[in-house]
Ligand binder design. Sequence first.
Ligand SMILES: Nc1ncnc2c1ncn2[C@@H]1O[C@H](COP(=O)(O)OP(=O)(O)OP(=O)(O)O)[C@@H](O)[C@H]1O
Ligand code: SF4
Length: 264
Amino acid sequence: MQQPPQLDGVKHIILVMSGKGGVGKSSVATQLALSLIARNKTVGVLDIDLCGPSIPRMLGLDGKGVHQSSAGWVPVYADENKKLCCMSIGFMLENKDDSVVWRGPKKTAMIRQFLTDTCWGELDYLIVDTPPGTSDENISIVEHLKAYNPDGVVLVTTPQAVALADVRKQVSFCRQVGVPILGLVENMSGFICPHCAECNNLFSAGGGEAMSEEFAINFLGRVPIDPTLTAMDTDLVKQFPTSSLFPVFEKITDKVEEYATRSQ
Ligand SMILES: Nc1ncnc2c1ncn2[C@@H]1O[C@H](COP(=O)(O)OP(=O)(O)OP(=O)(O)O)[C@@H](O)[C@H]1O
Ligand code: SF4
């Protein structure tokens, strides 16, 4: 398949996936992007969760729209310095609560259009937030990006056994479709007490680390539950650098940058 020309200026492509819904995949994708822009990188976030797009809400961009220019779709910028741009079906719905009820071929066509018709410009990183599991969207994005050699996948799970079992399927999916796995993040791992900022383990911790060893993949880190995160949702871009999750993501981002070695 021909390389989409709109991605010519993109240095690294990272997909964020999870086997199960609600484990914090979009949060991890967003926080990784915010951590990268704090390092002065330029970042694009492509939300291909067509049936449940959450990136616009997470970045406080609900109600914003994508503009059409002569060169293609202009993504929505999330910050004043234009370091972070986003593309999501959520920017194209008349009402944010409208549901997208599409069959596979229409979803595939939309994903292709996101890649080929968006003016991504010069980006250090394009982070692709995917729907949970091994849906049509996940298969399409991997097929479309294959010609472009994505750096790999960041897998997200939670400590509960069922999410860990689902991650096994996701590892197998990545291996079957031939996309490298950059590593695994264990989200909602422990709880930061709002009173004393101490981190307590709610569920047994360490499952993600053990699973990483079992599958010979990198363990990127544990992200605790931070009760202030939901409150930050509306202004995450400004508040994230001062949040308790920022130092956690610094370490995760160090590893992601180290492993994202796709040749250009
Ligand atoms: N570490 C965390 N601390 C506190 N809240 C979190 C954390 N991670 C995620 N959340 C919250 O959990 C909810 C679900 O997270 P998110 O939307 O990122 O999950 P997802 O896996 O992308 O879901 P979906 O299956 O819908 O794509 C969000 O409200 C988010 O703010
Ligand atoms: S961690 Fe400490 S401050 Fe927080 S709720 Fe428990 S006992 Fe209270």
